[in-house]
Design a protein around this ligand. Sequence first.
Ligand code: BT5
Length: 322
Amino acid sequence: MQNKILKLLYNAKNYVSGQQISDSLGVSRQAVNKAVRALRDKGFKIESATNKGYLLTGTPSFLCEEAVKLYLNTKLIGRNLTVLDSVDSTNDYLKKLGSKGAESGTVVLAREQTAGKGRLGRVWHTKKDDGIALSLLLRPELAPTEITSITPLSGLAVCRAINDFCMLDSRIKWPNDIIIGNKKLVGILTEMSAEFDKVDYTVTGIGINVGHTVFPEEIAHKATSILLETGRHIDRNKLVASVLEHLEQELVLNRCLLSGEALSDYQNLCATIGRQVTFMRSNRSISGMAVSISNSGELEVMLSNGTIVTVNSGEVTVQGIY
Ligand code: BT5
């Protein structure tokens, strides 16, 4: 009911009487009063005036389930959505829900992670109310070898959402970072649970730096946030809704496969292409020019003799970017 009252007040953009709310939701005036009080406790600013009713004048600045749902306009992604105050890792939390049968499109967000993780056991920092930690569970009809498109498609979605919503010019550093200039704004980590020939579920974790003004010393030279880049405090609940809408467009509509338009859009936003890169192969360091992305999400690199090799792991050093 709280979600319905919020929607009514948000759409009205003006006072709505208690009677009108109770009539349209088919509940008592007392129930409306109680729900409004509960919403105020959650951080919504709702004014009430005699003979006029209720007016929504503010939404919480921190991540809040009701606020994300208020803005969300998706069919599958986020239909089942939870915001946690604090968790070790949203990916680990969601994987547990995945093994208990959580539906495709389930989203878990957290205001703080105490053991946020990157790839290969690395740490991802999410201090309380500075960053957004978001994980999305999908049950794609794919073989385990085909899930390589999920990270690039998610990168494309998040990059677009940030650029549209924050009016920024972020780009993708293959395979899983979103950067501004040469600093990291977003990290993405996809994990999966699969049997031999079929994916059970995937969990894609997205960490976005929103309100940071300082970072831990070891990443201070290579990390940035939306606040540092724009000087503005954006509405993080609206940003999450926009990210989820773009994820639905890229992942659900493309059936989790990177091809055609999505592939060319990804390449246009990919900052790695056109740069010198170095990677390891058979214990040797190899350098070349990143020229394109394959439709399974691999980086294609041209060596000095003109040969093209594909690289499928992210352990690539890109000249000019951290
Ligand atoms: C990543 O790994 O970039 C994937 C990060 C995924 C985080 C999300 S948050 C929601 C979900 N729940 C989780 O537990 N994880 C996911 P990788 O490419 O391995 O980069 C990790 C490296 O990024 C670290 O070793 C640091 O150098 C740097 N780093 C850590 N925290 C950062 C931050 N907040 N901003 C920028 N760089 C950071």
